[in-house]
Design a protein around this ligand. Structure first.
Ligand code: AMP
Ligand code: ZN
Length: 466
């Protein structure tokens, strides 16, 4: 496998520490709101990476955190805790918010055929691990206490900016718009390992620590969880490009200072999905969620396909027109597969299987080139090999692509049916607005009779076909 490594800024041969075993860590969601489809792009591509590694013969041990404390409004330790903000917005407790959005996140993952990592750890479950690391960092003089908080001193490192090729000033300005400077820090780039009550009076979750009642910084969570679950040597660490600085830069600083040796060899970063107004963000009011796409009649797998058509290191522009064009391509693909299924003939030709499998592996090994992998799939469909061999290969490639290529129900929703359902939903919405519940119930039952289940969600009405 050849992968682009952010650490070396080169495409490199991927060689794990332990022969055929890969230890992989993924920064998980901050569960203060729904994931937007940009976040989900990162998780889709990480899922493809895990499955591609499996496909080419590695055993992947993967861990993901759930950030339910410590991620402040600015990634560099200023502003309010995002969880607290979410709880206030919805008049719930932080734990209620965390549970609700963790569930919503994994529901989205399931719909997108994203496999749940073997280890999923809530940040609040590993507080003692962070405290131990911070104690060691203080003992080793990498950290200091100021105004009741514990900070990591970045000047103690020769190579703090190893993961980014930016100058310190540029990075600092980029992430700190509109937030006040923390006067407790000795240096601008120092970051918080442990906050105490002295800083955020209304923080809901706090724990006893040698430095007072408080809570951990966001960055220490990933180091603590990764080292506890996957050990001192990590093969590959993933996240979106916005995680490079400060989050991953700080993870490297604290992990390697604590361990006393190099921690992770490969850093895999996914470029952003942007909408027409720029980077996707949850602070912009209404934002694009998977449920919103579903509400508009898109099957989540259409979105997975849309993501796989592009390389993970290229920015991807989202618009409904571009998504529609992916939907059409996907539908054509499925209808070709349907014809092949209906005309299954011949016996599997393993020589041909090997030729196409090699091509497929080559595209994955070529810095996870998913669009090339899809081209190999089209090549199989176009080729003159018999249908039994084609079906074998389609099923095999789908272990990595996870596009439900052999599943029938997805594109049986033809455009006519879609139009019909949307019209009915619209009439039902009007009926409900006019308090005509008899009519709205009638429409619901009419759809149900046809095997169409409708659900009212906060984002509007969505439907599912049985
Ligand atoms: P968060 O829940 O904010 O911690 O983000 C979860 C993941 O989504 C992280 O790996 C981010 O780097 C990634 N991410 C955030 N915004 C985008 C975007 N617009 N496109 C792709 N990935 C993103
Ligand atoms: Zn992380």
């Amino acid at each position: 496998m050849n992968l682009y490594n952010t650490l070396t800024r080169k495409i490199e041969k991927f060689i794990p520490n332990n022969d055929k075993e890969v230890k992989m860590y993924t920064c998980g969601p901050t569960v203060y709101h729904y994931a937007h489809i940009g976040n989900l792009r990162s998780y889709i591509m990480e899922d493809v990476l895990e499955k591609a590694l499996n496909y080419i013969g590695y055993d992947v041990i993967r861990c993901m955190n759930i950030t339910d404390v410590g991620h402040l409004s600015s990634d560099s330790d200023t502003g309010e805790d995002k969880m607290l903000k979410g709880a206030k917005r919805e008049h719930k407790t932080v734990m209620e918010i965390a549970d609700m959005y963790t569930k919503a996140f994994f529901d989205d993952c399931k719909k997108l055929n994203i496999k749940k990592p073997q280890y999923v750890i809530k940040a609040t479950d590993f507080i003692d691990k962070y405290i131990n690391i911070i104690k060691t960092l203080l003992e080793k003089n990498y950290a200091y206490i100021s105004n009741g908080n514990v900070y990591f001193d970045v000047t103690k490192l020769k190579d703090y900016y190893s993961l980014t090729n930016h100058k310190e000033d540029e990075m600092v300005v980029g992430v700190r718009e509109g937030v006040e400077e923390d006067l407790g820090k000795k240096n601008q780039s120092d970051f918080v390992l442990w906050f105490t009550k002295s800083k955020f009076e209304d923080q809901e979750l706090k724990w006893e620590s040698p430095w007072g009642l408080g809570y951990p910084g966001w960055h220490i969570e990933c180091s603590g969880i990764s080292i506890s679950i996957l050990g001192e040597y990590l093969d590959i660490h993933c996240g979106g490009v916005d995680n490079i600085f400060p989050h991953h830069t700080n993870e490297i600083a604290q992990s390697e200072s604590y361990l006393g040796h190099k921690w992770c060899n490969y850093w895999f970063h996914i470029e952003h999905l942007n909408d027409e107004s720029g980077k996707m963000s949850k602070s912009k009011g209404e934002f694009l969620t998977l449920s919103l796409l579903e509400e508009k009649g898109y099957n989540p797998i259409f979105y997975r396909f849309f993501c796989l058509q592009s390389h993970y290191r290229k920015q991807l522009l989202f618009s409904y027109d571009i998504l529609d064009s992916s939907v059409n391509t996907y539908k054509k693909l499925k209808s070709k597969i349907k014809t092949i299924k209906e005309n299954k003939s011949g016996s599997i030709d393993y020589e041909k299987v090997k030729i196409y499998k090699d091509k497929f592996v080559n595209s994955l090994e070529n810095d996870l080139n998913t669009s090339l992998a899809l081209t190999t799939l089209y090549d199989v469909l176009k080729s003159d090999i018999n249908n039994a061999t084609k079906l074998y290969l389609i099923e095999d490639f789908d272990k990595v692509l996870s596009l439900d290529l052999l599943k029938e129900d997805i594109v049986n929703i033809d455009d006519e049916l879609l139009k019909y359902i949307n019209e009915k939903i619209e009439i039902r919405k009007k009926a409900k607005e006019n308090k005509d519940y008899e009519l709205s119930d009638k429409i619901r039952d009419e759809l149900l009779e046809k095997g169409i289940i409708i659900k009212d969600t906060k984002e509007g009405t969505i439907f599912e076909i049985k």
